[in-house]
Structure formats: structure tokens, C-alpha cells
Write a protein that binds this ligand. Structure first.
Ligand SMILES: Nc1ncnc2c1ncn2[C@@H]1O[C@H](COP(=O)(O)OP(=O)(O)OP(=O)(O)O)[C@@H](O)[C@H]1O
Length: 398
């Protein structure tokens, strides 16, 4: 017998993940039938209001993520969908059917947990077959189903192995195979990768995307890891305190956060205080510390600014460039500043820059990221620099 390939080492690098986003996928998903619908779902644990009016529709075949900080209610929502928790009010529909009196084991869902929950004293095949223990099919048919499920997760040839001898990544694959063998309509994944080290997690992210595309069923993932959600999901619901703050595709969430809190939670965003100078129809003219006056069109205005009542301008670290002072650069607008901190990451460098203000003071440091290029000098702390930027990459939080 040939030694099976180690599936931990066959995955593509995580960077390839976004490439699996097939053209037209988002339009196809929009046309797909609703698989999970929550209508004004509330959940109380005693006096504690854990879900506060959840409204969402997850479409058939979608890879959907619930993202938010610890305690925001994402696991509660997943358990509500699975039928492990009753709701206090509202409606949950799965594939068009009201789930009010449908117990967990009668729902077309299956759950994969953070802890692998596999039986170490059983073989890989026995673990996977566990999902079929109530299945009336003949042994040979079940063995075939086990082989099929193992092939799906890249574990062909691993059936006879003892489960305790597997790596973390392989155990999670066994847990996935055990869930998939039941052919659920919806797979619910509660932080399935959080116990893995970073490299393995990135590999498994790509594997999970491929698997989801291959089997075509709806995946609902709970994660507190924004990068994981951005890489894997067709759409993401960002949750805070039992409510959905924004539900969008990853690109929209990152480029057009609707509130300052979402912007803060997803990646890094710089904030500079702004004063509204003039309203010209839909466009606002603002005066921004360190940047001067900018015209902001309606599309770049976020209406919610929960953490501060004063208007703020936000931009991503990669939306601006930093160069040694006097070096010509190709940017619509330029501001002067001084380097406060340099953080070197190999492929890129983060610069914290204080921007010059008209009154001779400087702004709070803003974080700017630049991809490193061989032969280009990295300015030192204290160096005078020119920051090149464009009004098009600025968002106003009112
Ligand atoms: N069985 C329970 N009884 C009482 N309170 C609960 C129960 N389960 C969860 N909670 C509370 O409800 C809130 C939401 O919990 P939930 O587990 O859904 O959060 P989460 O976003 O998944 O967080 P984490 O990532 O830490 O698991 C928390 O404040 C939690 O303490």
C-alpha cells in the first residue's frame, strides 16, 4: 500500500483563497433560494438579552459568516439555527419551513465544533461512520459512504488509522467528514479552526472554501477572526451586543464600513477629526486635521459614528503612500509629516506618521502601510516625509 499523501501539506497558500471567487458567483447567490431566514429573532437567557431582533437571509449554497467579538451572540445565533436553543420571540425558517417545533435532529443542519469531538479510541473510518449509526443501510453501502466522505476532505487511505494519532488539521477533517456524510443542507461551523496553529489554519481556510464549492451546501461559520471571515465568506454579518451592525460582502465591509465600530473591528482604520465646513447638496466639504479641506460625496459618508459624536475622517493604511520629503510622487493630494514609528514586517512596513497642522502642531499618528521594494530606503523615526493621498479613499463618519 502506498503511503497516503499528507493532506496537511497539499493545500494552496492562503493568498490563493480569494482567487476561488468565481466570476458571477455573487449574482448567482442572489438568485438562489433562501435557505435560512431569521425574522426579528430575540433570545433571552433569564434577564440577559442575547439576541436583539436578528433579521437575515442566508441563501442556498452561500458561505456565510457570523463575525464579532466575544459575547456578541454569534454562537447563540448558530445554536438557534441548529435547534439547540429555543428563541424567545421571532421566526426561524429553514428552506422555507418554520422551525418553531422542529427539534435539532429533525433539521437539515449539522454542526462542526471548535473542539474536534472525535473519539480517540476509534479509527478514522469508525469516527466518520458514527454519523451513520442510525442509518438503516447495509454495511457495504455505509463503507462506501465513509470512503466518499474521507475523499471529500482529502483523507483517502486514512480510514484504518487510529484517530488519536492524527494532527489537529487531520482531526478537524475527520470531524468535517462525519458531518458531511449525513448530507445536510446546511453545515454550521462554530470556530472550527481556532484550535489550529496559524499556518494550518490558513491551509484549512482554503480547503474549506474548496470543499464548500465542491459539495455546494450552505455553510454558516462563526468566527471572531476578521481575516478568516474576509478570506472565506461570500457575505459576513458583523455582530455587536446581540445585533447585526452590518451585513455585506467582504469587499464592501472593508471598503465601505457603515459605522466607525465596524471600521474599527475589520482591519486597521485611521481616524482624523474633521469639521464640516459646507454642505453642497449631497457632497460635504470638511476640514480635516493634517489633510486640509476635502469634498466628500454621499457614497463616502457613513452615517453611524457610535463611539464619538464629532465627525471623523477614516482611511485604510494602504490607501495612502509615504515618501521621503521632496521625493516627487504621483498623488492627487500631498501632506507633510514626520515619522513617529516604523514597524517592519518583511514584505511590508507600517509607518506611524504625525501630519503637519496649519498651526504648527501635528496630528495624532496615522498608520500607513507600504509594500517593501528592494533598493528603496525605509525612512527612519524622526524623518520628514511627504504623504500622498486621494480624497476618493477617505470615508466620513458623521
Ligand atoms: N446558556 C446560557 N445562559 C446564560 N447566558 C448565556 C448562555 N449562553 C450564552 N450566554 C451569554 O450570552 C452572550 C452571548 O453568548 P455567545 O456564546 O452567543 O457569544 P459569542 O459571540 O459566541 O462569544 P464567544 O466567541 O466568546 O463564544 C454572552 O454574554 C454569554 O455569556
Amino acid at each position: 500500500m502506498t503511503e497516503p499523501q499528507n493532506p496537511d501539506q497539499t493545500a494552496a497558500p492562503a493568498g490563493a483563497a480569494r482567487q476561488t471567487k468565481a466570476a458571477g458567483r455573487s449574482a448567482a447567490l442572489q438568485a438562489a433560494r433562501p435557505m435560512i431566514e431569521c425574522r426579528d429573532v430575540h433570545k433571552y437567557y433569564g434577564d440577559y438579552h442575547a439576541l436583539r431582533g436578528i433579521d437575515l437571509t442566508i441563501r442556498a449554497g452561500e458561505f456565510f459568516s457570523l463575525l464579532g467579538p466575544s459575547g456578541c451572540g454569534k454562537t447563540t445565533l448558530l445554536r438557534v439555527i441548529a435547534g439547540f436553543e429555543d428563541i424567545s420571540s421571532g421566526v426561524v425558517l429553514i428552506d422555507g419551513k418554520d422551525m418553531a417545533h422542529v427539534p435539532a435532529n429533525k433539521r437539515p443542519t449539522n454542526m462542526v465544533f471548535q473542539s474536534y469531538a472525535i473519539f480517540p479510541h476509534l479509527t478514522v473510518a469508525q469516527n466518520v461512520a458514527f454519523g451513520l449509526r442510525r442509518d438503516p443501510r447495509k454495511r457495504a453501502e455505509k463503507d462506501e459512504a465513509v470512503e466518499e466522505a474521507l475523499a471529500m476532505v482529502g483523507l483517502t487511505g486514512y480510514g484504518a488509522r487510529a484517530a488519536h494519532a492524527l494532527s489537529g488539521g487531520q482531526r478537524q477533517r475527520v470531524a468535517l467528514a462525519r458531518a458531511l456524510i449525513l448530507k445536510p443542507e446546511v453545515l454550521l461551523l462554530d470556530e472550527p479552526l481556532s484550535a489550529l496553529d496559524r499556518k494550518m489554519r490558513e491551509q484549512m481556510q482554503v480547503e474549506l472554501i474548496k470543499l464548500q464549492r465542491q459539495v455546494g451546501i450552505t455553510f454558516v461559520l462563526v468566527t471572531h477572526d476578521q481575516e478568516e471571515a474576509l478570506v472565506m465568506s461570500d457575505r459576513i454579518a458583523v455582530m455587536f451586543e446581540g445585533g447585526i451592525a452590518q451585513l455585506d460582502e467582504p469587499e464592501t465591509l472593508y471598503a465601505r464600513p457603515k459605522s466607525r465600530r465596524v471600521a474599527d473591528f475589520i482591519g486597521v482604520m485611521n481616524f482624523l477629526s474633521a469639521t464640516i465646513v459646507e454642505e453642497q447638496g449631497e457632497t460635504l466639504r470638511v476640514d480635516v486635521e493634517g489633510l486640509g479641506e476635502i469634498d466628500i460625496p454621499a457614497a463616502q459618508i457613513a452615517t453611524k459614528n457610535e463611539t464619538d459624536s464629532a465627525p471623523m475622517i477614516g482611511f485604510r493604511p494602504e490607501a495612502v503612500n509615504v515618501f521621503p520629503e521632496g521625493q516627487p510622487q504621483n498623488a492627487p493630494r500631498q501632506s507633510g509629516g514626520v515619522i513617529d514609528e516604523v514597524v517592519y514586517y518583511g514584505d511590508m512596513t507600517y509607518y506611524d506618521v504625525r501630519l503637519d497642522e496649519e498651526d504648527g502642531t501635528t496630528s495624532e499618528p496615522v498608520r500607513i502601510s507600504m509594500r517593501n521594494v528592494f533598493g528603496r530606503d525605509i525612512p527612519d523615526v524622526g524623518a520628514r516625509v511627504t504623504v500622498g493621498w486621494s480624497p476618493a479613499s477617505m470615508i466620513l463618519f458623521r
